[in-house]
Design a protein around this ligand. Structure first.
Ligand SMILES: [Zn+2]
Length: 313
């Protein structure tokens, strides 16, 4: 545990402070003020079993609150979920505002129609949904086991929504002149998305026995993104596919998602220096930031692809 945290954790019970002031007659008066500081942060050993998830994070926990108000209040002091909350809350709000002011964010061409705004905003809405559900989950996960489990389901649902909206939006421009391909791959994406949403929400599929199938389904969903790319390469050739969907940015997007999930999986860096990354810099925060970077890569690809279609029309 860092010294700073030890001090913060030790802030409890009552403390007394004395202040000296000079009154009108220059007489020194001593005021004694009693303040009570409520203890906010706990260590790994002090939290209930259900809250224990990452043993490499030693301190900075908000212990089970059983109060939405107290979870909300945790937004205003620093703890080991602060980074996870704000790393998705701030970009989530930015995506929402961009959607509201889409006229300024999207270059308008003579051929631009309402459908273009609908498709690009579909992605903004997906990114906003994912990021807001995630930050809400991280803010309220200290409430109770019941709320944490429910929030975790919504967190997964948000990821599914982001993947589905990302894929459908880019498929629209990648196959703008080929309806059957666009509808076919969109249907495949929706089917995978629905299946992943069901296994994330239904308690039966969240059990330990279903874990490998659940993981397998998510991996298959991710890999299904390769199918339209391969189809594009065969149908239009590698060069045109590269420009059509701005493949450079799509590949970078995939790299950031996978690298983030990998770091989270191996719990780097906290695993190697227990306690050092309790508040800032642990794997889940890095994963969150990489998800945001990946979403921006997708936006770059989507806008590039949209502009290309309208320049060609
Ligand atoms: Zn998270």
């Amino acid at each position: 545990m860092t010294k700073n945290l030890q001090q913060r954790v030790a802030l409890t019970s009552t403390s007394t402070s004395t202040k000296t002031t000079i009154d009108d007659d220059n007489v020194s008066i001593k005021h004694t003020k009693k303040t009570t500081t409520i203890r906010k942060l706990y260590t790994w050993d002090e939290i209930p079993e259900w809250q224990k998830d990452n043993e490499h994070i030693i301190a900075g926990y908000v212990r089970e609150t059983n109060s939405f108000r107290r979870c909300f209040d945790s937004l205003f002091y620093i703890h080991n979920e602060t980074g996870n909350v704000y790393s998705h809350l701030v970009p989530g709000v930015v995506f929402f505002l961009t959607m509201l002011f889409d006229k300024y964010a999207i270059v308008s061409f003579e051929t631009t129609t309402f459908t273009d705004y609908l498709i690009i905003n579909l992605f903004f809405l997906g990114a906003f949904t994912c990021l807001i559900l995630s930050s809400t989950f991280h803010c309220f996960k200290s409430h109770s086991l019941k709320i944490a489990t429910f929030g975790n389901k919504l967190d997964y649902l948000g990821i599914v929504v982001l993947i589905v909206t990302s894929m459908i939006s880019i498929l629209f421009y990648g196959f703008y002149d080929n309806g059957p391909f666009f509808y076919g791959f969109s249907l495949l994406t929706l089917s995978f998305g629905s299946a992943c949403a069901i296994v994330s929400l239904k308690d039966k599929f969240r059990s330990r026995e279903w874990r490998p199938y659940r993981a397998g389904l998510f991996v298959a969903f991710g890999l299904s993104a390769v199918l339209p790319i391969l189809t594009g390469v065969m149908y239009y050739g590698p060069h045109e596919t590269w420009t059509r969907i701005q493949l450079k940015w799509v590949v970078l997007e995939g790299v950031f998602y996978i690298f983030g999930a990998f770091l989270y999986g191996i719990r780097f860096p906290e695993k190697y220096v227990n306690g050092t990354f309790d508040i800032w810099g642990h794997s889940h925060q890095i994963f969150h930031l990489l998800v945001v970077v990946a979403a921006f890569c997708h936006l770059k690809a989507l806008l590039g692809s949209y502009e290309l279609v309208h320049m060609n029309l």
